[in-house]
Design a protein around this ligand. Structure first.
Ligand SMILES: Nc1nc2c(ncn2[C@@H]2O[C@H](COP(=O)(O)OP(=O)(O)OP(=O)(O)O)[C@@H](O)[C@H]2O)c(=O)[nH]1
Ligand SMILES: [Mg+2]
Length: 350
């Protein structure tokens, strides 16, 4: 077992280099801490036994600390139900829980192994036995940690994904701006909030959720820009799945954006079909239907019409959103106070 000397930069990542398996950084840090053990003792034999004990205790402690740190990135702050749903839909149901369970099991096994080897060391009587104990422990420790490499990678991946998605405040309403690709959703989000999402004349410009905050009368509102959805069931790409998750799990209301001009590249009938499906699938979520790109057409429509380009109809749209949220608030009984604030449950975004 090689032990790295003199490398001090072993932070939370366990000194991992890009491309290396997570276990190699963790084990590197663990063996380095063990190497630095300087024992006290009356006799040479005492010191030798103590050195072996310290190597085992320290390498176990450092490994456990690193493994626990990886698990903690997903519990601090605690995952919201919406984040859980997003993760389940992106990485597979139970995939986070499975990885976490396996790393937790590795931690328990390492703790057990360390205690067992300490017992053996107490009874051992010669330097050869001490060295054998340490060798055996290092070998098992390394194999336990390597075994969970895929799980550590998965936890890292999920933590990165979580960090890159907006953290929604559960106390504030969320309006999900959704619909087919290229219809002008992001352009509307930019009109309704200070957010500056990317706008471009092709589908799938928005690939991930983004949030902007807006003040509407008494309401502070989270305006959620979502990727376009083509309504093709199982063939949906991860961005479409993300948009549907937001619509189904995060939205207080949906602002369904329709482009009737055809400039988005998708027929009106397909957009209407998606709208009908969502109405059926999410019957408790109010849907506000809006036709956009009004500057490109002159015909009338029973739906509200707006233009993100000229700003026409935007004030009316704000009022409609405000009215819808006020109606919803009037219908929703306030939860008991002790359920509304859970200490440490949520930290506002900076
Ligand atoms: N003329 C006109 N063009 C608009 C309007 N709103 C958006 N567009 C244009 O439509 C194209 C798509 O706009 P986006 O806001 O990126 O559309 P999106 O729905 O967010 O697109 P995806 O993120 O790809 O799903 C861009 O070229 C916009 O400039 C509008 O009201 N009038
Ligand atoms: Mg967009």
């Amino acid at each position: 077992m090689r032990m790295a000397k003199g490398r001090e930069d072993r932070g939370a990542s366990g000194g991992a280099r890009p491309g290396m398996p997570p276990s190699s950084g963790i084990l590197d840090a663990a063996f380095h801490a063990a190497y630095k053990a300087t024992p006290h003792g009356e006799t040479r034999l005492d010191r030798s036994r103590r050195r072996a004990q310290l190597k085992i205790v320290r390498s176990a402690a450092v490994t456990v600390r690193h493994l626990e740190l990886r698990r903690r990135t997903l519990t601090k702050p605690p995952l919201t139900d919406f984040e859980r749903e997003l993760i389940a839909n992106r990485f597979g149901r139970d995939s986070l829980e499975r990885a976490d369970r396996r790393v937790f099991r590795a931690v328990s096994r390492i703790r057990g192994l360390s205690a067992e080897e300490q017992r053996i060391l107490r009874k051992a009587s010669g330097t050869e036995q001490f060295a054998e104990s340490v060798r055996r422990f290092y070998g098992r420790l390394a194999s336990f940690v390597r075994e969970v490499d895929p799980d550590l990678r998965r936890l890292e991946e999920i933590a990165r994904f979580r960090k890159s998605r907006p953290r929604l405040d559960p106390a504030l309403p969320v309006i999900a701006v959704a619909g087919f690709p290229n219809v002008g959703k992001s352009s509307l989000v930019a009109r309704l909030s200070p957010a500056k999402p990317k706008v471009a004349p092709y589908p799938f410009t928005t690939l991930a959720l983004e949030v902007g905050h807006a003040d509407l009368g008494f309401d502070r509102l989270q305006v959620l820009d979502t990727p376009g959805v083509l309504d093709r069931g199982r063939a949906a790409n991860p961005s479409e799945v993300e948009a549907e998750t937001a619509v189904g799990s995060a939205a207080t209301a949906i602002l369904f954006v329709i482009d009737p001009t055809g400039t988005c590249g998708y027929p009106l009938a397909d957009q209407e079909a998606l709208l009908e499906r969502w109405k059926a699938e999410f019957p408790s979520v109010p849907i506000l239907e809006v036709e956009t790109k009004a500057d490109l057409r002159s015909d009338r429509s029973p739906r509200m019409q707006v233009s993100a380009t000229t700003g026409a109809g935007i004030e009316e749209l704000r009022t409609a959103i405000e009215t819808m949220l006020a109606q919803r608030r009037a219908r929703t009984p306030l939860p008991p106070i002790e359920e509304t604030v859970v200490e440490g449950e949520y930290r506002s975004p900076p």
